[in-house]
Design a protein around this ligand. Structure first.
Ligand code: AMP
Length: 415
């Protein structure tokens, strides 16, 4: 079995991972760390939840520490591009955490907030810069960031970058980098367009891949509850009120749906916050912070906003609306069952969503466990929508264990 020590990491990094309680490296770390330490370019197929941030952050931190700085002032020597602000902030936090025993500085820049503090941080000198493409280019245009010393470049979540239309921005960033550098590209999926992008800047890359779909899908206890649309809110409230949901992310299809659900939950006495792209940066941060610190148990999110969010102790993911894209289902349920821990994903399927559910089962190759013993079960045969669905009486709920399997009490992980 591989250990972090056999990966030839330097002592301050070994201490950091041990302080974090990491027992052994994850498969993506075992595959990626040695070639990255050897200076190779890497093309990685892995999604968040597999430990991929440490897979690239640890070798980069090691390179930056062991290579002497050629300038007196700190210059950006590692650049990580990320598609969303939340993910960028999280990656920067990971660099700080893994590099806690080193003397390196990390800064994150993203849009939606004032550029001034970011420019100030840059002018003070940083070693590692994590950025979303738009803000990085804005700062570069104003001459507020110098990328001429970048020796390690990471493009993270490349598939999402392309989905969000960042391809031209990425090319513009690449033009600002010096030609001699180590390049890393990580993507959860590998469509042809990613192959094209990869071959445009990776040199003879080592390919590493983990099978996130299988890992996530197998670790998460996946259930479906058939319920009329009008009863979904009651079902959710009931499950939360049973006290077995420590921390849950609830996915809705629309931003409006997320806002409305938060209002309804608050009226039912359940604290929740919405996370979606209509919210200001400040509101998004306070939603995420409040959720992370356990101030409120529910985060109601849309797909893009929640992509890459890494909160330890998420016991449940509720697919309040079944996603239109089966791929998004896999991303959603990956918010629980992080790095080898169990978790529960519950899909609320109304009669109009049966087809979407079948698409998901076809993609993951697994049948969801049907849970029928809840008060609003509307039959696995999925009857056509009824007009009076809302008038159904609400029978008293029966107790049932909705917690994660194998005795991993959700409350135990609460901070
Ligand atoms: P990532 O895929 O980078 O988003 O990481 C997912 C989660 O796995 C994070 O909470 C990390 O702290 C955690 N993690 C990363 N590497 C390990 C490891 N070797 N052992 C245990 N947890 C890990």
């Amino acid at each position: 079995m591989q250990s972090f020590a056999t990966l030839e990491l330097i002592d301050p990094l070994l201490r950091a991972v041990s302080e974090l309680g990491y027992g052994e490296p994850t498969p993506i770390q075992v595959q990626a760390i040695p070639p990255l330490l050897a200076g190779r370019d890497v093309l990685g197929c892995a999604q968040t939840g597999t430990g991929k941030t440490a897979a690239f952050a640890l070798p980069i931190l090691q390179h930056l520490t062991t290579q002497r700085r050629t300038t007196v002032q700190r210059k950006v020597r590692a650049l990580v591009l990320s598609p969303t602000r939340e993910l960028a902030a999280q990656i920067a936090e990971s660099f700080d955490t893994y590099g806690r025993n080193l003397e390196l500085r990390t800064t994150v820049v993203f849009g939606g907030v004032s550029a001034r503090p970011q420019a100030d941080a840059l002018s003070g000198g940083v070693d590692i810069l994590v950025a979303t493409p738009g803000r990085l280019l804005d700062l570069a245009r104003q001459g507020l960031v110098d990328l001429r010393h970048v020796a390690h470049f990471v493009l993270d979540e490349a598939d999402r970058m392309l989905d969000l239309g960042f391809v031209d921005d990425i090319q513009r960033v690449l033009e600002l980098l010096p030609p001699r550098r180590q390049n890393l590209l990580f993507s959860a999926t590998m469509p042809l367009a990613i192959g094209d992008l990869a071959s445009s800047f990776l040199r003879d890359p080592v390919r590493v891949a983990v099978t996130p779909r299988a890992t996530t899908v197998e670790l998460v206890d996946q259930r479906v509850m058939y319920v009329e649309r009008g009863n979904k809110r009651r079902l959710l409230t009931d499950l939360v009120n049973r006290g077995e949901v420590a921390q849950a992310i609830v996915f809705t299809r629309t931003r409006h749906g997320a806002n409305r659900l938060v209002e309804q939950l608050e009226r039912a006495g359940i604290r929740a916050a919405a996370l979606h792209s209509d919210k200001s940066q400040g509101a998004r941060e306070s939603a995420l912070d409040g959720f992370k610190s356990g101030d409120f148990p529910l985060l109601v999110a849309t797909d893009i906003a929640a992509r890459g969010i890494d909160v330890e102790g998420v016991s449940h993911v509720f697919n309040y609306d079944i996603p239109n894209e089966p791929e998004n289902y896999v991303h959603r349920i990956g918010r629980t069952g992080r790095a080898g821990r169990g978790g529960v994903a519950v899909a609320f399927c109304d009669p109009s969503e049966g087809e979407l559910l079948r698409g998901i089962e076809a993609l993951t190759g697994r049948k969801l466990t049907v849970v029928t013993d809840h008060p609003w079960h509307c039959g696995a045969a999925i009857p056509p929508p009824t007009l009076n669905a809302r008038k159904q009486p609400a029978p008293p709920p029966r107790p049932r264990d909705y917690g994660p399997r194998k005795g991993k009490g959700a409350a135990r992980r609460r901070r």
